[in-house]
Ligand binder design. Structure first.
Ligand code: SF4
Ligand code: SF4
Ligand code: SF4
Length: 378
């Protein structure tokens, strides 16, 4: 076992291979305060990538309702239960074991194998509330946030230390050095399913028709052309942005993704304690139960929520949030100047320009030039 640096956990972790960070790392940020579970992202991915034989049950992108939903059933609770106690110290260092450190002898990863039935209910628990009981009108007396749920959109996290890659006995899984996307070489894969068992996020899936495992490909053909993935550009709620995240020591304040993750501390990895350094990041929902959120996003969640509540005072952050969903291209740099937010590509060319505050234009009811009344209340 090698020791590799995991900045989510602020310590070194065990991994079967030496650390080798890609030159840049694919990442998506999701604002969970905005997701409406319309599943447009799910269908954008499905129609692009998984409409073939053996892929009928697959949702490389799925959106589940937390805390009760899960695809496959109970994926996260089952992993957390197996892992046992998870503790952090005051400095934000993880004191417990990761899935690789907790693996039994002769195994690479502490894992569980979902059954066929576990994959059969992608929308289980949809819109089910958690919180105090709702009988007797009690919910009316205790509103607004005694009851809660939120929507959690998920793709493969293209982890820095992927469990799927660690577990594959065929060395069929690789992480691309140019963008950190994790792929399964279909010519090497023999369908043993070790990656399906090992991935704690359950984002590697078995295709019984091809008898190989398959997973989210990060929409690499689009990314190579400077375009964001299908599930990002089709997001109705404009809750997502894809970019390249840097480790903390190389973070740039003008990189949109670095700004939200490192500068503001607003976007957090999910279940970082599993130890894989996953590269999908979430702005946590401000209304949900804090203990639950601490378990899912780690000890920085309280600060992230306080930061989110102060965004109205931060013109730069507001400008960046306006840019999210305003272009299908990958933004490598942004700036906010004189009330305008501007996004740039990797060569410095301007991609998009939007006002931070949408202008309100009042028009006269009578148009002198056209000699016409513009509305029906002259
Ligand atoms: S398209 Fe966007 S808003 Fe709709 S479910 Fe997906 S992430 Fe949520
Ligand atoms: S989320 Fe799962 S499938 Fe994706 S890279 Fe990480 S371990 Fe592999
Ligand atoms: S990045 Fe592409 S392949 Fe991955 S979930 Fe999104 S649409 Fe599907």
């Amino acid at each position: 076992m090698s020791k590799v640096k995991n900045w989510h956990l602020k310590r070194e972790v065990e991994y079967p291979y030496d650390g080798s960070r890609p030159s840049r790392q694919w990442a998506i940020i999701f604002d969970l305060n905005k997701c409406i579970a319309c599943q447009t992202c799910t269908l954008a991915c499905k129609t692009t990538w998984t409409s073939g034989k053996g892929q009928e049950y697959m949702f490389w992108n799925n959106v589940e309702t937390k805390p009760w939903g899960g695809f496959p059933l109970g994926w996260d609770m089952r992993v957390l239960e197996k892992l046992g106690r998870q503790e952090w110290n005051q400095q934000g260092e993880y004191l417990g074991k990761t899935l690789i450190e907790a693996a039994p002898a002769h195994e690479r990863v502490l894992h569980f194998a979902p059954t066929d039935e576990d994959w059969m209910y992608p929308n289980v628990g949809e819109d089910d509330c958690a919180g105090a009981k709702m009988e007797g009108g009690g919910h009316m007396a205790t509103m607004p946030h005694d009851k809660w749920f939120f929507y959690l959109p998920r793709t493969c996290a293209h982890c820095t230390y992927p469990a799927c890659l660690a577990a594959c006995p065929r060395k069929a899984i690789y992480k691309r050095p140019e963008d950190g996307i994790v792929l399964i070489d279909q010519t090497r894969c023999k369908g043993y399913g070790e990656c399906v068992r090992a991935c704690p996020y359950k984002k590697s899936m078995y295709n019984p028709h091809t008898r190989t495992s398959e997973k989210c490909v990060g929409c690499y053909p689009a990314v190579e052309e400077g375009v964001q993935p299908q599930c990002v550009v089709n997001c109705i709620g404009k809750i997502r942005v894809m970019g390249f995240v840097s480790p903390p020591e190389k973070a740039r304040d003008d990189n949109p993704v670095d700004f939200l993750i490192h500068k503001l501390g607003l976007a957090l990895p999910y279940y970082p304690q599993l130890g894989l350094e996953p590269n999908i990041y979430y702005i946590p929902p401000i209304h949900a139960d804090r203990e639950y959120l601490r378990q899912m996003f780690g000890p920085k969640v309280d600060a992230a929520i306080e930061r989110y509540k102060k965004l109205p005072d931060d013109a730069v952050a507001q400008g960046l949030l306006c840019l999210i969903g305003s272009t299908d291209r990958i933004m490598h740099r942004f700036e906010v100047n004189k009330g305008m937010a501007v996004g740039f590509d990797d060569k410095g060319a301007e991609l998009v320009r939007v006002p931070v505050v949408e202008p309100v234009i009042e028009r006269a009811a009578y148009d002198d030039k056209l000699g016409a009344i513009r509305n029906n209340t002259p």
